[in-house]
Write a protein that binds this ligand. Sequence first.
Ligand SMILES: Cc1cc2nc3c(=O)[nH]c(=O)nc-3n(C[C@H](O)[C@H](O)[C@H](O)COP(=O)(O)OP(=O)(O)OC[C@H]3O[C@@H](n4cnc5c(N)ncnc54)[C@H](O)[C@@H]3O)c2cc1C
Length: 314
Amino acid sequence: MSDLPTESVPLSREQRDVVDLNLLCSNGFFADPVLELGTEEQKREWLTPLTGPDTPMTALATTEPGTGSDAASVVTTARRADDGCLLSGQKAWISNAGEAEQYVVFAKTDPARRSRGVSAFLLRKGTEGVSFGQPVKKMGQRAIVCREVFLQDAFAPEEHRLGAEGRGFHGLMRTFDISRTVLGAAATGVARAAYEYARDYARGRQQFGRPIVEHQAVAFRLADMRTRVEQSRLMTWRSARRLDAGLDATVEAAMAKLTASETAAYRTWAAVRTLGGWGYSREFPVEQWMRAAKPEEIEEGTLDIMRLVTSRSL
Ligand SMILES: Cc1cc2nc3c(=O)[nH]c(=O)nc-3n(C[C@H](O)[C@H](O)[C@H](O)COP(=O)(O)OP(=O)(O)OC[C@H]3O[C@@H](n4cnc5c(N)ncnc54)[C@H](O)[C@@H]3O)c2cc1C
């Protein structure tokens, strides 16, 4: 990750509307539990297509209408049947649902237990008993569709279970260590774009006879933006380096995600402020980045949950 460029690549308005880093990274969210829990055969069958030219879309389904932050309390069940399990329940807020061909679904094989009762299953779109809700109408992030997934005795054969029964929650937590680091990078990118745009605008915009960057209030705001972007980038790199080295990165990933997503939220807001009234116009990209920053605070664990994970290490 240390080779990443630190200057942003300019995109056209049309490109900005369709490019979403979370979408580009979303197949990793599916692949990580397969890599963590899957057999060599499962990795070949389900991950090889992701490396080809016609990459299928994928999804990871854990959230439910009554279960969000407390992922161990999922109530979707996986009942034993001949040579496999029947999955029943309802998932909510699933990115790519309905569009995706392949799913990892988390369900309880032992409803009496919490995290140790959760198992992970691979499902294909088109499996009997799998259906989808309407797209959620969101504040932003238009490139990604989020839907409910309905499971009515959807059959997952034995060879579609990832890892041993009860190992699903462990796989989900390892997945979060990676996906929170990736999200840290995405949020850093949004914040960086906002900072660079605001900086360039402030150099060019004149008020009271000089560029607004020469007014100290504006310059200090930009200095804070730059500092926070650097901080997010370094914390994300540190988490990524630990993961690359095969080390535990649960706390580093949580701190990186917390820092980067707060940075994205506050610094895109600061960019809108730096453009004055024009920041509020859709002719400029900063309002879009402000909306794009919001889900970074929620997905894969809210800011409160990042603080909870970090506080457990004290
Ligand atoms: C754009 C988007 C895409 C998503 N994509 C997916 C996806 O692909 N797959 C998937 O499975 N899910 C997905 N989600 C769901 C997401 O993971 C959950 O929304 C998130 O985990 C929070 O759960 P919740 O919405 O039920 O909020 P809740 O858990 O009900 O939390 C509500 C509030 O209470 C706080 N809170 C809860 N527990 C605690 C605690 N112990 N201490 C302090 N505060 C607490 C939270 O921080 C939050 O502020 C997506 C969500 C969004 C917005």
